[in-house]
Design a protein. Structure first.
Length: 235
């Protein structure tokens, strides 16, 4: 009997077209049940694919990183709340997060604040005029996310343990920690500056793992996805 897909494992559909994304989903079959649709695919009609995936009983993560004035974010989030999708990202700014929380109120769509992109190093953060280290900046934005009342954050696996500690101290054991920058052992880091293995990310406190190229660029994506699921099955 084929095991059900692990709901903690999210495959990033970072493809140029919805046709390529659809082919990947079909190839992965029931090895993956949760998919991320990012900006690249959004610009190519990704919302239609999102609705199609939801109709098939899959979970969908809209990684669109909304960032605008509060009223605009609230209205956009309210429109997306009716899509049936599961996760939505916004930039982790207090006004933006609070607006998104209002917009999705009463729906099943959960809002995540993007703290510090996993491609950024300490040098990049300093160049953006931040005096804090990436870890301290993540901690600040996690506290702001908790104050805004959203459902979780996106952070690198390297900050997951600290995020979990802060959330628990606030009485939010249900706080989601979604970690991109996850690379199975032996995989190339690509453009991820703060990466970790799936096992390390989950042990640190992550609730979900976002994995793209190690799965989607493999000769046999389904086999790789199943192998990753097996490595985290006991965690």
């Amino acid at each position: 009997m084929t095991p059900a897909p692990d709901p903690r494992l999210i495959c990033a559909l970072d493809t140029p077209t919805t046709a390529e994304a659809r082919a990947l989903v079909d190839q992965l079959s029931d090895a993956i049940g949760f998919y991320k649709i990012g900006l690249q695919l959004f610009a190519a009609g990704g919302m239609d694919l999102a609705r199609e995936l939801k109709a098939e009983g899959r979970q969908v993560f809209l990684d669109w990183k909304l960032h605008d004035i509060g009223a605009t974010v609230e209205k956009a989030a309210a429109n997306l709340a009716g899509s049936g999708c599961d996760l939505l990202t916004v930039h982790a700014r207090p006004q933006v997060m609070a607006a998104a929380a209002r917009g999705v109120q009463g729906s099943g769509l959960k809002v995540l604040g993007v703290t510090v992109l996993t491609s950024l190093t300490a040098e990049h953060v300093r160049a953006d005029d931040h005096s804090l280290s990436p870890a301290d900046l993540v901690a600040l934005r996690v506290r702001q996310a908790l104050d805004a009342g959203i459902d979780g954050v996106v952070s690198s696996p390297q900050e997951a343990a600290r995020v979990r500690e802060i959330a628990r101290a606030s009485g939010r054991d249900d706080f989601l920690i979604v970690t991109p920058g996850v690379r199975p052992e032996g995989s190339a880091a690509d453009d991820q500056a703060r990466a970790a293995t799936p096992q390390a990310a989950l042990k640190a406190g992550a609730t979900h793992l976002v994995i793209g190229r190690p799965i989607t660029a493999a000769a046999d994506p389904q086999a790789v996805a199943r192998a990753i699921a097996e490595t985290i099955a006991r965690l």
